[in-house]
Design a binder for this molecule. Structure first.
Ligand SMILES: NC(=O)C1=CN([C@@H]2O[C@H](COP(=O)(O)OP(=O)(O)OC[C@H]3O[C@@H](n4cnc5c(N)ncnc54)[C@H](O)[C@@H]3O)[C@@H](O)[C@H]2O)C=CC1
Ligand SMILES: NCC(=O)COP(=O)(O)O
Length: 339
């Protein structure tokens, strides 16, 4: 018989029950030894896991049970029946279940019953259909933690690259007006602090990608670099941070250039996520800096087109759980009294 695992468990929400969340969570449990994953509990509709996985499941209703159950079965915190379930076909009841799972995971992590929160992928469209008004999960978690949406900073992290979209889920046409020097300075400071606190990088090196081709070509191809970005970089340097830029975005991601930095700040969602996913689609983690809790997530969405087919790669979920555990341990160490 295997011993109980006494590491503090992690809360993992399964996201939309019709997406790939239930199966990648279950398959992460199956890979727990290979990746030395700490105990975790899958939060959502137990029927969603049973529909796509025939491994052992232990129903739990208390975090204290998770460490005991984890060695032999996937612990599941069952919330509610999300109705008739067809993998790949989201429903309002499923979106409601995903939202309740998120609320439950945040609550367990805020009250420290869990060491960290890992969120499964939700359909923003399905959530908006039930009256959810936040652009994504990040802003909802921030609100529940008493942090403004601007101060909750999305980072995508993989073994060889970290990127931060300075603007996130907004139309591309709104990016230039939303990208202010204040926003860049505020987010860069949170990124620097997060790199020190959660990743143990004493002097983070950060680069800011230009918005326009050739970083504006000295103003001929757009003036945001001169008007907004250069003043922000100057201010950050005055504050003692190591920041370069604005750097032409087409070159910034090249090998040998991107490696000079611990994080690349990007003007908009796809400037950051497209190169990131080209490199780290199978082991990439979405995480939120600036929160009082540790929150990570796999870097992909609900993948309704392959849900229930057994083709979903659990790699990003495994990476998200492992990274959450490392970040939580780093925070615990930094809070421990000096010996
Ligand atoms: N963290 C989150 O909650 C996220 C949620 N979404 C949501 O997901 C929904 C679908 O978004 P899409 O843009 O289609 O992105 P997606 O990531 O769900 O799918 C894009 C492509 O990647 C594939 N894919 C995704 N995860 C995979 C995995 N683990 N293994 C193998 N292949 C995988 C899919 O089959 C699809 O071909 C949207 O409603 C979006 O809002 C999207 C990104 C992140
Ligand atoms: N593209 C990243 C993404 O959609 C994740 O958003 P969030 O739900 O974690 O805020």
């Amino acid at each position: 018989m295997q011993a109980d695992d006494h590491r503090r468990p992690i809360a993992v929400t399964m996201g939309d029950p019709a997406g790939v969340g239930p199966e990648v969570t279950a398959r992460a449990w199956a890979a727990r030894h290979e990746h030395d994953l700490p105990p975790f509990v899958a939060i959502g509709d137990i029927a969603a896991v049973e529909a796509v996985w025939d491994g052992p499941i232990a129903r739990v209703g208390d975090m204290a049970e998770v460490g005991r159950a984890f060695a032999a079965a996937l612990p599941v915190w069952h919330l509610e029946d999300s109705g008739p379930l067809t993998p790949g076909s989201p429903t309002p009841a499923g979106a409601t279940c995903a939202l309740h799972a998120l609320e439950t995971g945040i609550g367990l992590t805020r009250n420290q019953a869990s060491a960290a929160l890992v969120t499964g992928s939700v359909s923003k469209h399905a959530l908006h259909g039930i009256g959810y008004t936040h652009p994504g999960q990040t802003e909802f978690i921030a609100e529940r933690c008493g942090v403004t949406a601007t101060n909750a900073v999305m980072m995508l992290a993989g073994p060889s690259l970290r990127v931060v979209p300075l603007t996130v889920h907004i139309p591309l046409s709104e990016v230039p007006e939303r990208l202010t020097s204040e926003l860049i300075v505020a987010k860069a400071r949170i990124v620097a602090r997060g790199l020190r606190r959660d990743f143990g990088i004493a002097t983070p090196r950060i680069a800011l990608a230009g918005l326009n081709p050739h970083a504006g070509e000295s103003g001929q191809l757009g003036d945001e670099e001169l008007r907004v970005m250069q003043p922000a970089v100057a201010q950050l340097r005055e504050q003692g941070l190591t920041v370069d830029g604005p750097v032409a975005a087409d070159a910034l991601f090249a090998p040998g250039i991107r490696d000079r930095y611990d994080a690349l700040l990007c003007a908009y969602h796809d400037q950051a996520l497209a190169p990131f996913k080209a490199l780290h689609f199978h082991d990439g983690v979405n995480l939120t800096l600036g929160l009082p809790i540790v929150r990570t997530s796999p870097d992909h969405g609900t993948a309704f087109n392959i849900a229930g087919t057994g083709r979903a790669d659990p790699g990003p979920t495994i990476a998200a759980i492992a990274m959450a555990a490392r970040m939580a341990a780093a925070r615990e160490r930094s809070c421990a009294p000096a010996k």
